[in-house]
Design a protein around this ligand. Structure first.
Ligand SMILES: [Zn+2]
Length: 484
């Protein structure tokens, strides 16, 4: 059987090699010619489109509108907000020539769009009646990456960036949490990820933000992945770009702004949350194909089962189930089974002459594809749409539950350094910390773990730092983990 040549490195042996095997063999991506660039192939791009449509719906349902801003930004814009330019300087791509001539002012390729959107907001907002201004953009951004990894860290990536302006700090704070909620919901309901929403510690904040919130997901190697972030800017960008409004009393007031983003990184999170040693495992909500039908039979029988399979595929598609019929006649059923297993299709249906005679198809679920025939289930063809819709919903729920159980099993509240080191070796540590940078640096040097977030749901707690014994900061426990 062709399976062995196509098998992937086991996760337990080398998680990073496993990840690379899966993304290339499942044909999600290819390497671009420029270092750190990524070609998203059709199968991977379809996952992005499904994620995008889901998130876009949530963004629009809450009154935000999509717009598009230019890729090139005058360099002077980047310099207006001091922390912003300092934070992004090491990652910037700068264009110094165009049309064969040196430019008078260099242009930067957007690493994010606060500056250009801030400039336009200043122009568009004049009175309190113009507020709130709720914008979102779907775009690519570029940030130079020293150590690129497909989906997780590439020099160019796709994302959405929300940018909003408000009259009061309270309104902007509420918006920041609303956007964080989008990410939490997409992660849980659509991607079936197990995440924890929380606030970033000062050093992990977005450059120029007053507060940064994050949704951190746990991957199957115990590491954390930031699945989306939402920033409360206060009046920092409004002051730098002159985003003001005339209040009811007639005086000019600075707006309060926010920004928030989710990117193609999320696909990396999806792969590392659900995948196993057989390949991808896709939650039905984001699977390009939710069901694949493999017709089986030789000679004359092949034509009969193929036409029945095509008919079944049409019926399922009409019922809103993304279905693919694998009619590649030069490949064996065994090869096809392995191929779709690698690509993470949630449900496979086999349709052979005996099944057809019985009016059924033989169903296998992705996590038990290769188990004994007992794990397979005969699905009556005339009831297939309803039964499969229910199976897909159950599969989605099972993946979410499995991810949540895994996160809970691998998260430990710790009170001593040995406990801390043991926890971050396999998962997340919930610990009291002094909040000092030198102490964070020591922890990172010894364990590679960093503070991921202060969970919103954490109980108030004071005590001593798990590392240095000084008084704890933040008033709550902090999640420390190795991170992507
Ligand atoms: Zn400390």
């Amino acid at each position: 059987m062709a399976h062995d040549e196509r098998s992937v490195t086991p996760q337990s042996e080398d998680f990073s090699a496993w990840y690379n095997d899966v993304i290339f063999r499942a044909e999600l991506v290819d390497r671009g010619p420029v270092r750190g660039s990524m070609v998203i192939r059709p199968y991977g791009y379809r996952i992005w489109e499904l994620l995008q449509a889901d998130l876009d719906g949530r963004i629009k349902a809450t009154g935000h509108q999509n717009a598009y801003f230019p890729l090139l930004i005058p360099q002077s814009y980047m310099k207006r907000e001091a922390e912003h330019v300092e934070g992004f300087a090491p990652e910037l791509f700068t264009v110094t020539q165009a049309g064969g001539k040196e430019l008078e002012e260099p242009l930067v390729i957007r690493p994010t769009s606060e500056t250009i959107i801030g400039e336009m907001m200043a122009k568009w907002i004049s009175s309190h009646r113009d507020l709130p201004l709720l914008l979102n953009q779907w775009a690519n951004v570029l940030r130079w990456e020293m150590r690129p990894r497909m989906f997780l860290r590439t020099s160019e990536f796709l994302w959405q960036e929300g940018h909003t302006a408000h009259a009061t700090a309270a309104d902007a704070a509420a918006e920041t949490m609303l956007a964080l909620g989008f990410y939490q919901d997409v992660a849980a309901e659509t991607a079936a990820l197990a995440t924890v929403p929380g606030e970033k510690t000062p050093r992990e904040r977005f450059a120029g933000a007053e507060r940064t919130f994050t949704v951190e997901g746990m991957m199957r190697d115990g590491r954390a992945l930031q699945a989306g972030t939402s920033h409360f800017m206060g009046t920092n960008f409004a002051a730098a770009f002159g985003i003001t409004y005339t209040g009811e009393s007639g005086t000019a007031e600075l707006c309060h702004t926010t920004s928030w983003g989710m990117s193609t990184r999320m696909i990396g999170g999806l792969i590392m949350t659900h995948g196993d040693d057989k390949g991808l495992v896709l939650p039905p909500a984001l699977a390009p194909y939710q069901v694949v039908i493999v017709p089986i039979g030789r000679g004359e029988q092949a034509a009969t089962t193929a036409s029945a399979a095509a008919e079944l595929a049409t019926t399922l598609r009409r019922a809103g189930i993304r279905t693919h019929m694998d009619d590649r006649s030069h490949l064996s059923p065994g090869f096809k089974f392995n191929d779709w297993e690698m690509r993470g299709v949630p449900i496979r249906l086999e349709l052979g002459p005996r099944d057809l005679a019985a009016g059924t198809a033989l169903m296998s679920r992705r996590l038990t594809y290769r188990h004994s025939d007992a794990a397979k289930k005969a699905v009556p063809l005339d009831a297939a749409p309803d039964l499969l819709a229910a199976e897909l919903a159950a599969f989605q729920e099972m993946l979410a539950r499995r991810a949540a159980d895994f996160r809970d099993d691998r998260t430990a509240a710790v009170n001593s350094w040995p406990e801390f080191a043991a926890a971050v070796a396999v998962g997340w540590a919930l610990a009291l910390h002094c909040g000092e940078q030198a102490c964070e640096d020591e922890i990172k040097a010894e364990t590679t773990a960093t503070p991921r977030c202060i969970p919103l749901a954490g109980e108030p707690e004071q005590g001593t730092c798990v590392r240095c014994g000084k008084a704890s900061a933040y008033g709550k426990r902090v999640i420390f983990a190795r991170a992507y």
